[in-house]
Design a binder for this molecule. Structure first.
Ligand code: PMP
Length: 426
């Protein structure tokens, strides 16, 4: 038995050339190729913004219109969140200094989780130190060998990473394609214990909204757990920025796991999971990314608590954001630009096509006082590079018009043909 197994294992082994320095590895060589492309234009990455992100930010000592950041409703830098962060830093210092389970727990965190649970119409909530880590650890540990994870093909990297560590079977279904998902469910329901379906409220590269009520209907029919990543829908969709629950007028308990990041609309840093008491209580004692990691830092927790309270009390920032989104999309269409799938969300991509063209346009826009980052392969499919505009509540019509006119002029001068709305895939 054992000897045969050993022989089998060695039979499968393929001889490979040893990699002795990292520079010789395939990974590094691929990276060098990408870096050469970046160096062939001006590098659009790691641009320093040395200020609060409002409608503008400071790049190389110059104020530029910022269309590249997630401060959708102005919570980062808001006087109330800054005050809360300062007071928390003075009271608690700058770290939880331990896992909450062991030594890092604070009443501030309990209050924050209660407030987010209330906001998200959930029984309970757990806050972690990073949005990305929240997805990796939850998706990676909620499911195991006997389970199946079905995730939208345009899902964020953190969801895919979670699938990889889970040991569950995992399969992407075509973007927002309910029929395709139903076919997979019909064929697989009998072969797995738990099935987890993961979607996003708003997709981060295209800016479209998932048809959540249709997923809920399927859930009732097939019995699976529905997780919605609300990174870009919380604080953005719904009259008060309540996210998918408010936008689709849900009762609140239809979605099993409402995940969100603190780094976008809420203007701080971290992630949360909201859901039924039993599940959240289980996670509090068992979720590796929570149990074996430090608690969120007190200034972030206090600023987040202030932000969640503020957005429930006052929807003027959300209203202003909605106005700006409408203006942006209208003005873009007036100029025959292709806004991909964007509808009512703060992410509005403008399709360019080639990666290199997106880099060139981003660089030239910055020279003309507009910051907007390119999104290129592998974040988006090959040939569908885009400029990814993020609108926030502090922008105004003049800034939007200036940015779009400048883009059109630059593209024309450079001989870059921007696809129109019915050109290409979108
Ligand atoms: N989920 C989605 C859909 C995201 O877009 C992001 C961030 N881009 C994350 C999760 C990770 O969140 P964070 O940046 O707060 O770690």
């Amino acid at each position: 038995g054992e000897a045969a197994a050993a022989k089998d294992a060695s039979a499968k082994k393929v001889k490979r050339k040893a990699v002795k320095t990292f520079e010789d590895s395939i990974e590094y060589k691929d990276f060098e190729k990408r870096r050469r492309l970046l160096e062939s234009t001006e590098n659009p990455y790691f641009i320093c913004h040395d200020s609060i992100i409002r409608d503008t930010s400071i790049v190389k000592d110059r104020e530029v219109i910022n269309f590249g950041s997630y401060n959708y409703v102005g919570m980062s830098g808001h006087p109330q969140t800054v005050k809360a962060a300062k007071e928390a830093a003075e009271k608690y210092g700058t770290s939880a200094s331990g896992s909450r389970l062991i030594s890092g727990e604070k009443n501030l965190y309990i209050e924050l989780e209660r407030e987010i649970a209330k906001w998200k119409h959930a029984e309970d909530c757990l806050v972690l130190v990073s949005g990305h880590a929240t997805n990796v650890t939850f998706v990676g540990n909620f499911c195991g060998e006997n389970d199946l994870i079905l995730y939208d093909a345009l899902s964020h990297n953190s969801i895919e990473q979670g699938c990889r560590i889970s040991r569950a079977a995992a399969k992407a279904f075509p973007h927002n394609d309910i029929d395709a998902l139903e076919r997979i469910l019909r064929q697989n329901r009998d072969y797995y214990e738990k099935i987890l379906v993961v979607v996003e409220g708003v997709y981060s590269m295209d800016g479209d909204i998932a048809p959540i009520p249709e997923f809920i209907k399927l859930k009732e029919k097939y019995g699976f757990f529905l997780m919605v990543d609300e990174a870009h829908s919380s604080c953005v969709i719904g009259e008060h920025g309540g996210g998918v629950d408010e936008y689709f007028k849900l009762k609140g308990d239809e979605i099993d796991i409402k995940m969100g990041t603190l780094s976008k609309g809420l203007g701080t840093c971290g992630g949360y999971l909201a859901g039924k008491k039993s599940l959240i209580e289980y996670l509090r004692y068992n979720l590796p990314g929570f149990v074996f990691s430090v608690g969120i830092n007190p200034p972030s927790a206090a600023a987040t608590l202030a932000a969640v309270r503020l957005i429930q009390r006052d929807n003027s920032m959300v209203k202003k954001l909605h106005e700006n989104i409408k203006i942006f999309i209208e003005e873009a269409h007036l100029r025959n630009l292709n806004t991909c799938l964007a509808k009512e969300t703060a992410i509005i991509p403008i399709l360019v096509g080639k990666d290199r063209d997106a880099f060139i346009l981003s660089n030239l826009l910055l020279k003309n006082g507009v910051f907007v980052p390119p999104a290129v392969y592998p974040a988006v499919p090959k040939g569908y590079a885009r400029l990814r505009f993020c609108v926030n509540c502090n922008h105004n019509r003049d800034q939007i018009v200036y940015a779009l006119d400048t883009l059109k002029n630059i593209a024309e001068k450079e001989g870059i043909k921007l696809p129109c709305m019915d050109g290409g895939k979108y």
